[in-house]
Design a protein around this ligand. Structure first.
Ligand code: PEP
Ligand code: MN
Length: 263
C-alpha cells in the first residue's frame, strides 16, 4: 500500500485545510516538550509569526533516563489544545503507547510515533484504527525497507494518512547526535508515494547545524520540516542544545523563503 508501484501519484495528507505532500512545504515547529502554559503559548505565537503551520510539543516524553522530565501528560495536551485555539496552528504530539492513545488522539491533529516505537507493531496497529494522520519517525537503526514496512502496518490497518519523518540514524559518528540520512529522502520518494519530512534537530543534535540541513532537506525534496524551537533554549527541560532561539528560527524561515524559494 505504501509503495509507488501500488499508487503512482504522490499522496497528499490533509490536516484540516493544510496539505502535506504534493509540492507543499509545511514547517512543524515548537519545543521538544510542553513545559508550562507560558512557555508553550510563547513558542506557539513565535513559530506562527515566523510562518510555521503546525505546532509540535511532547506531553509524553520518551526520555533515556527515568529521572529526566517525562512530560506534563494530559495537562500538556490541554495546553496544546489551548495554543491551537489561540493561533490556529495544528498540533503534532507523540503517542507512546496504546493505553494513552485515546487521550492523545482526543487533543492532537497529527499523532507522532517516535523513533523508539517505529517497530512497536501493536501500537502501529492501534493508530491505524484512529482517524488522524500519523507522523512516523524512522527508527534510529531502521533500514528504509523496515521504515516503509512500519508505514505498511498503519496503512494495512486502514489509515492511509501517513507522513514519514527522517530524523537521523545511529552510525559510528558521534559529533552529531545521529547521522541525518538525506539520501533517504529521494530514495523514499522513489519507492513510495507518501510524503516525507525531515527533522534536522534530532539528527544533528546541535542548534547551529539545524539551518543548513533544513535548506539541504528542502533541496533534497522533503515535503516539510520538523524543528525544535524554544523561547529560551538554555532553560529547556528537554533538548535545549538542539533547539533554535526565536531569532534563529525566524532567520531560518527567512532563508527558506529567500534561498529555497519555498512558501
Ligand atoms: C521528539 O520529537 O521530541 C522525539 C523524541 O523524537 P525522536 O523520536 O525522533 O527521538
Ligand atoms: Mn526532542
Amino acid at each position: 500500500l505504501a509503495s509507488r508501484a501500488f499508487k503512482e501519484q504522490d499522496t497528499i495528507v490533509k490536516v484540516g485545510d493544510l496539505e502535506i505532500g504534493g509540492g507543499n512545504i509545511q514547517v512543524m515547529a515548537g519545543p521538544c516538550a510542553v513545559e508550562s502554559r507560558e512557555q508553550l503559548l510563547e513558542a506557539a505565537q513565535l513559530v506562527k509569526a515566523a510562518g510555521a503551520t503546525l505546532l509540535r510539543g511532547g506531553a509524553f516524553k520518551p526520555r533515556t533516563s527515568p529521572y529526566s522530565f517525562q512530560g506534563l501528560e494530559e495537562a500538556g495536551l490541554k495546553l496544546l489544545a489551548e495554543a491551537r485555539e489561540k493561533t490556529g496552528l495544528k498540533i503534532v504530539t507523540e503517542v507512546m503507547d496504546a493505553s494513552t492513545l485515546p487521550m492523545v488522539a482526543h487533543y492532537a491533529d497529527v499523532l507522532q510515533i517516535g523513533t523508539r516505537n517505529m517497530q512497536n507493531f501493536f501500537l502501529l496497529r492501534e493508530v491505524a484504527k484512529v482517524n488522524k494522520p500519523v507522523l512516523l519517525k524512522r527508527g534510529a537503526s531502521a533500514t528504509i525497507e523496515e521504515w516503509l514496512m512500519a508505514a505498511e502496518y498503519i496503512m494495512a490497518g486502514g489509515n492511509y494518512n501517513v507522513i514519514l519523518c527522517e530524523r537521523g540514524i545511529r552510525t559510528f559518528e558521534n559529533f552529531t547526535r545521529n547521522t541525518l540520512d538525506l539520501g533517504a529522502v529521494p530514495v523514499v520518494k522513489y519507492l513510495s508515494h507518501l510524503p516525507v519530512i525531515v527533522d534536522p534537530s534530532h539528527a544533528l543534535g546541535k542548534w547551529r547545524f539545524v539551518a543548513p540541513m533544513s535548506l539541504a532537506a528542502v533541496a533534497a525534496g522533503a515535503d516539510g520540516l520538523l524543528i525544535e524551537v524554544h523561547p529560551n533554549p538554555a532553560e529547556a527541560l528537554c533538548d535545549g542544545p538542539q533547539s533554535l532561539t526565536p531569532e534563529n528560527f525566524h532567520a531560518l524561515m527567512q532563508q527558506l523563503k529567500d534561498v529555497a524559494g519555498v512558501f
